[in-house]
Design a protein around this ligand. Structure first.
Ligand SMILES: Cc1cc2nc3c(=O)[nH]c(=O)nc-3n(C[C@H](O)[C@H](O)[C@H](O)COP(=O)(O)OP(=O)(O)OC[C@H]3O[C@@H](n4cnc5c(N)ncnc54)[C@H](O)[C@@H]3O)c2cc1C
Length: 413
């Protein structure tokens, strides 16, 4: 008899896991506390499918910057010093991972996952005809000082490889590649850039939404939305999930369960006694609606990464998504205007012809592990699995970790 498998969470991690399982003929139920898929962190992110952004953040330079920026309201990385045991445990883990000597090996492992995920997204797009504003135009990292460009260029010695070419461009080549960045159009003079031509960009929310429709219609995946799972336990060889509504508590029985609940995965790990540290690292985005012809023409097409400021942009049809900042502030999802303003200021600075009159602000919480590596494993309680902790790269890595977890679940049959 086919196993009944539940997936908690219909963000990118849950959606890709559901797809890989359903394609193998499994009986899958996708559960989410929200009314629609991908309404949490997989809603309005930077849009980058970026193997080239795989370098893990555990570096002494980032720690020094974090301390320098601690009290600067518009800093790319903001640390809220308010007391929280979870936050301090996570920071200790981050510090330990910074000095564990695995910076390069973890980065290479992430690159491999990102390349695999990209292949899978392209295959899904071709095989299933899923539309998500996919643009295969690469990612341009740009720098406004020669010193920063030289530091980035030197990384070619260990990052440059097939599928993640690390091509150093001078300013003329940058402007040829992305005419919207022509220095005559903006107030800034750039030093140059790094172009990773195999990277891509696309809309994570559109992907999850269209995949959900496909999963239901073509692969007979069942959906249980508006359903918040409060508890999980094993009863003999069954996994029981309980969800409470105002009037009653309902128990659901499954053979196997995959927990892909983003920042809330930690709650389940604590219930089950599994070792894990996933902390919310907050980020912001603005989606600029390009309404007039001048804005459409002046907004970049190539996905960009302003490396020193840690701001990314992606062209999603007639929208320009600009995202960035990392804030350690717990589960707070408030949209702070002093964090949104630098993103709009960045557009004004580099693309002054783009109107920012009509934009949608957003804040999301990246489920991040201290060493930046995603978690794909089986719980101590057999039959329960995790796929989480993708941090700033959930879109980039999602298809690969979903496929990995599906293989583990099928192996456990
Ligand atoms: C500003 C910003 C920019 C980013 N830019 C990029 C980028 O350019 N490229 C990239 O690769 N990544 C980027 N990321 C990271 C990426 O968006 C995340 O890693 C990814 O979306 C996380 O997906 P997830 O499925 O793990 O979590 P989520 O999308 O949060 O999904 C978890 C789901 O679980 C559900 N859930 C939780 N608890 C329960 C429960 N108890 N019962 C039922 N359902 C539950 C939630 O409702 C939610 O739908 C960015 C993130 C941010 C914040």
């Amino acid at each position: 008899m086919t196993n009944k498998i539940a997936i908690i969470g219909a963000g990118i991690a849950g959606t890709t896991t559901a797809y890989s399982l359903a394609k193998q003929g499994m009986d899958v139920t996708l559960i989410d506390s929200r009314r629609y898929p991908a309404m949490a962190t997989s809603y309005a992110n930077g849009g980058q499918l970026s193997a080239s952004n795989s370098e893990v953040w555990n570096t002494p330079k980032n720690i020094i910057n974090g301390m320098k920026w601690m009290f600067k309201k518009d800093a790319p990385l903001l640390f809220n010093p308010s007391p929280s045991l979870e936050k301090y445990k996570w920071i200790l883990g981050f510090l330990a991972a910074t000095f564990d000597g695995k910076h390069k090996s973890k980065t290479q492992e992430t690159i491999e996952l990102a390349k695999r995920a990209r292949e899978l997204y392209y295959k899904i797009s071709d095989d299933e005809g899923i539309e998500f504003d996919l643009l295969k135009k690469g990612i341009l990292h740009f720098y406004d000082t020669q010193k920063e460009l030289d530091i980035a260029a030197a990384k070619a010695s260990w990052l440059d490889q097939e599928g993640m070419e690390w091509e150093v461009l001078d300013i003329d080549q940058v402007e040829d590649l992305e005419p919207a960045l022509k220095s005559s159009n903006n107030q800034k003079k750039l030093a140059g850039g790094i172009y990773t031509k195999s990277d891509a960009s696309g809309d994570i929310h559109k992907f999850c939404k269209n995949m959900h429709k496909l999963l239901e219609e073509k692969y007979a995946v069942k959906s249980l939305f508006n359903t918040e799972i409060e508890s999980i336990y094993k009863d003999k060889d069954k996994v029981i999930l309980s969800a409470a509504t105002e009037s009653e508590t309902t128990g659901y029985h499954f053979d196997k369960v995959a927990i892909c609940a983003g920042i809330d995965t930690q709650k389940f790990a604590d219930i089950l006694g599994d070792k894990m540290r996933v902390y919310p690292v907050k980020g912001y985005s603005v989606t600029i609606h390009l309404e007039d012809e001048k804005s459409k023409k002046s907004a970049p097409q190539v996905s960009l990464l302003d490396d020193p400021k840690k701001i990314v942009s992606s062209r999603l049809g007639d929208r320009l998504r600009v995202a960035g900042t990392a804030e350690l502030a717990g589960k707070n999802k408030d949209i702070r205007q002093d964090r949104i303003r630098p993103l709009l200021g960045w557009v004004r600075e580099y693309f002054p012809e783009v109107s920012t009159e009509n934009y949608t602000p957003w804040a999301g919480l990246r489920p991040m592990t201290p060493n930046m590596m995603p978690l794909v494993f089986e719980s101590k309680a057999k039959g329960i699995f995790y796929n989480t902790g993708h941090g700033h790269l959930g879109w980039t890595l999602g298809a690969a970790t979903g496929d990995l977890l599906a293989a583990k679940i099928l192996d456990a049959n």
